[in-house]
Design a protein around this ligand. Sequence first.
Ligand code: NAD
Length: 317
Amino acid sequence: MKIVITGGAGFIGSNLIRTLTRQPDVTELRVVDDLSTGDKRNLNGLDVGFHEGDVQDAALLDQAFRGADAIVHLAALPSVPRSLRDPVASHHANATGTLQVLEAARRAGGLHVIAASSSSVYGANPHLPKREDLVPAPMSPYAVSKLATEAYLGAYHHSYGLPVLPFRFFNVYGPGQRADHAYAAVIPKWISAVLAGRPVTIHGDGTQTRDFTHVDTVCQVLTDALLRKVVDPRPVNLAFGTRTSLLDLLQEIEAATGRRANREHTAPRTGDVTHSQADSARLGGLFPTVTPVPIQEGTATTVDWHRAELSGRPSRR
Ligand code: NAD
């Protein structure tokens, strides 16, 4: 099986490539990535064909998709705050980029396309847990671009019979997720702050909740979806219905690092949702054998990875 991963030099993409290289049925892996937020070093030691460039480049996609069986479309400018600074760039990369990927998949003969949408599409809809058929209420340009991503997959299934599967990722974390950039996610940011003895910034009072999903769990689901060619035009939550407050998360990080955090509270961030918890019934129906990595274990392995990075002896994962 030949698989193309767009955004393969990023956090989730490079973890997925590691998981897929262990699958006997996977014979070739290719990456399309413009390295805007990813890093080629994430692919060190891995046997992948690298196509450097933007997913909006149709000719590049045609070359990368030739003879492939499936596409995992992860390329995007992630982060809500980034999209608030530059909404047009997020729209181009995430929405137009998805449209170009679907067109190229169609030109290549109707490839299986699995893509990453986001729990941010639920936005201002207060209903919990988040069931896929709730009315989406995006609160940021990023969320709109992800709603467009999943809607385009559904439309290509209905219009052209393209075999698709859009996932709504929740807060994905784990080894390989970096803290050293302006739009870092909360878990890497806090782990690196606690390890370095820097204060931890909490936006709001810290009682907001998230359904944190370990990257190994995400990769298990994506791999199963590829190998069994799971197709569904309706979005599927990729999270297991856990609800961890940021204050509880900080306690997990303190336990895993063996250090106390210095807390600093600031105003809540624009565009952030207060509570996020998936209804995982649809996921469970499609992927009954997947078992999630618990937050305690996931936090511990993530802390180990950050420690190894800080020591200058990066772990092989
Ligand atoms: P990441 O930034 O580590 O990876 C994204 C990759 O896409 C990077 O390697 C980047 O260089 C590449 N990229 C960006 N724009 C591109 C373009 N126009 N053309 C080609 N490549 C481009 O982020 P991640 O956390 O690995 O996220 C992967 C996907 O999952 C994204 O679509 C993101 O929106 C989605 N997602 C992630 C989370 C999370 O918690 N990490 C949650 C919801 C959704």
